[in-house]
Design a protein around this ligand. Structure first.
Ligand SMILES: [Zn+2]
Length: 262
């Protein structure tokens, strides 16, 4: 089911690889340096073309049945982060409510001071005008954001799986957070917990809060066992307790946040 869901994202973005075994080799990301330069220019132009909205953002309806007015485009990259997939970005899937954008950017700034040198990836957000973001059930009103799980290899920060594009949604980690194809690569639960705590703190400054964190429920024990995870557990931030098998299976390579306006 994981493969099916993730493949739907990949196919939506025009890269129909349905085998996880090829996830590391077949991505929809540009391969040669000249291809990368062309795409980098397109991405840059795309950002500037859409980074013109002045009016206040408005979320209409709910995360699962809604739309977005005056959404903001997420910058493709900054000092310590980048958007995970150029095709997704150019397909207008990297828009969000202005307060969510401010929250995310302020969080990356704080994380840069707390964890200098560490790099993060933001994954799918919302369409420019919201609405259905196939195959996600939510992400409709600019209040939902997917964040890539930070990883470790042999206990050191590891970025070797960060540039797979939409194929990243296909990666599988076991209930201890170890990568299915190389158990020396594992999820960095302490950083995940800190990331969530800092998102909440930045959200509060922007008149928002986290409504819900969606992460594979089998990973919660590992998450809450870490130093920052203990703080997260006490924080009152709602981390989902029950998910359908499909939704559970696709939330091991990323965590999903629904924000709400306070
Ligand atoms: Zn999501």
């Amino acid at each position: 089911m994981k493969i099916l869901y993730a493949a739907m994202i990949a196919c939506t973005l025009g890269s129909c690889t349905t085998s996880t075994s090829s996830a590391q080799n077949q991505t929809n990301q540009p391969e040669t340096s000249s291809e990368r330069e062309i795409v980098a220019t397109e991405v840059d132009e795309h950002f500037h073309e859409h980074d013109t909205v002045q009016e206040s953002s408005e979320s209409v309806g709910s995360v699962s049945n809604g739309s977005l007015k005056n959404g903001r485009i997420v910058p493709f990259s900054g000092k310590n982060y980048h958007y995970f997939d150029t095709t997704s970005y150019l397909a207008n899937r990297g828009f969000t409510h202005e307060k969510v954008l401010n929250t995310v950017l302020e969080t990356y700034e704080v994380l840069d001071s707390l964890l200098p040198g560490k790099h993060f990836c933001i994954m799918e957000c919302s369409h420019q005008q919201g609405g259905k973001l196939y195959p996600h059930r939510t992400h409709q009103n600019g209040m939902s954001v997917d964040f890539m799980m930070p990883k470790l290899k042999d206990k050191e920060p590891y970025y070797g799986l960060d540039n797979l594009g939409a194929q990243h949604y296909m990666l599988t980690f076991d209930k201890n957070g170890k990568y299915s194809k190389d158990p020396s690569i594992e999820l960095d639960f302490n950083t995940i917990a800190l990331h969530i705590l800092e998102l909440q703190s930045a959200a509060k400054k922007n008149g928002m809060s986290i409504e819900k964190v969606i992460i594979n429920t089998g990973l919660k024990d590992e998450l809450f066992a870490t130093e920052h995870g203990k703080t997260l557990k006490q924080s009152g931030i709602y981390v989902v307790r029950n998910l359908s098998p499909l939704i559970n299976s696709v939330h091991d390579d990323h965590f999903h946040i629904d924000f709400k306006l306070d």
